[in-house]
Ligand binder design. Structure first.
Ligand SMILES: *Cc1c(COP(=O)(O)O)cnc(C)c1O
Ligand code: SF4
Length: 357
């Protein structure tokens, strides 16, 4: 059996298995035993948990909590709203649309790690929302919509699918003339780096007009290991770009030091920061959410000028009408007929001439 399959079969998803890895607190034990929710992670990711610290950023992303029952700010039927599932355009369940030229193609509701902060919680974690994941239906819809040039394959985690299914999806999508790029959103480089097997590499490394891109999700520097570094290197060697989509999580990565270290470490393992998402108002994840401005402040205080521009993600709020960027905006102090007065990250000012149109 391949190691990645063994990792999934030995998922740390029972109290006993969790107790074998960490010192479970009474609170965690109660939540794990009483909450009816899908949870669990790979033995690999579990091994990164601090056995003695319940505030460990990995523990908090993995272990259910009674806080998930509090729901003051979460929107009911969040995914229906967010993915425009009750609008007039008829689409298969697997296709979520917010933009003219690109769609999200949901192919599974299985994950290697059931993130407690997941915005698709209703589908993936709580499972109140049932969708049909029919490849053919989705492929047919894409074929019929010539304006769609960019396919984001998502889930769940699409890299949980077998090599054969991944190859099938890529091959079929590449046969559609108007498809110009294929992206996968997968957390496997972080939670299951063993997934990047020789077999998968063979499938991904085929040269084709239509490139493959991957975005993973890494939220804390502790999640980055030598295994992840190797998996990312292997993907890049296949011609697949690897970006990161972090989620801003209260008490996990919302302080300047952690936020900076996360983005620096991502680059150190060749992952290009792409987005930082505001933690979405899905039900049951209030305890992970910060004020909206927080992400922009962190980019200003932790990244801009403090570290290379390559490490700068875009901070966005994901909504039903697309992602709304919310970036720090304080650099132009004054504009006169003669000049722009500019301020840098240290508060120093300079000016450059204003050229009339
Ligand atoms: C996020 C998302 C996309 C892709 O957005 P990019 O900004 O291009 O990365 C496309 N469709 C849906 C429904 C999405 O949620
Ligand atoms: S990997 Fe993605 S889809 Fe799966 S639980 Fe985590 S955030 Fe949700």
């Amino acid at each position: 059996m391949e190691e990645w399959v063994a990792q999934l079969q030995n998922s740390v998803n029972t109290l006993d298995r969790l107790k074998a890895v960490i010192n479970v607190t009474p609170e965690e034990e109660k939540a794990v035993s009483q909450l009816e929710t899908k949870w669990g992670t790979t033995p690999y990711f579990a091994s990164l948990m601090d056995p003695d610290d319940p505030a460990c950023p990995i523990r908090r992303q993995v272990i259910p909590s009674f806080k998930e029952k509090e729901n003051r700010y979460g929107m009911p039927n969040y995914l229906i709203w967010k993915e425009n599932r009750d609008t007039e355009e008829i689409r298969p369940d697997s296709i979520a649309r917010q933009y003219h030229d690109r769609i999200a193609f949901t192919v599974t509701d299985i994950c290697a790690n059931y993130c407690r902060h997941c915005f698709r919680k209703e589908l993936v974690v709580d499972r109140d929302l049932k969708l049909r994941f029919d490849f053919e239906e989705g492929l047919q819809w894409i074929k019929e919509h010539k304006e769609i040039r960019d396919i984001l394959i998502t889930g769940g985690d699409p890299f949980i699918l077998s090599d054969d299914k991944i190859e099938y999806l890529i091959t079929k999508l590449r046969e559609i003339p108007h498809v110009e790029m294929i992206r996968f959103g997968t957390r496997t480089p972080i939670v299951l780096p063993h997934r990047i097997t020789d077999g998968l590499k063979k499938i991904l490394s085929v040269y084709h007009r239509v490139p493959l891109w991957i975005n993973t999700q890494c939220n804390h520097p502790k999640e980055i290991t030598e295994k992840t570094a190797r998996a990312v290197y292997d993907l890049l060697a296949c011609g697949v770009n690897v970006g990161n989509q972090a989620v801003l999580l209260k008490g996990i990565n919302d302080d300047v030091e952690t936020f900076r270290e996360l983005h620096q470490k991502l680059l150190a393992v060749r992952i290009r920061p792409y987005y930082v998402f505001y933690c979405e108002p899905a039900p049951g994840i209030d305890h992970f959410r910060t004020p909206v401005e927080k992400g922009a402040e962190l980019i200003r205080d932790a990244l801009r000028g403090h570290t290379t521009g390559l490490a700068q993600p875009m901070y966005v709020i994901a909504t039903n009408i697309g992602k709304i960027p919310l970036m720090p905006d304080y650099y132009i102090v004054e504009k006169t007929a003669k000049e722009y007065k500019l301020k840098n990250y240290q508060g120093l000012c300079t000016s450059i001439p204003n050229i009339p149109e």
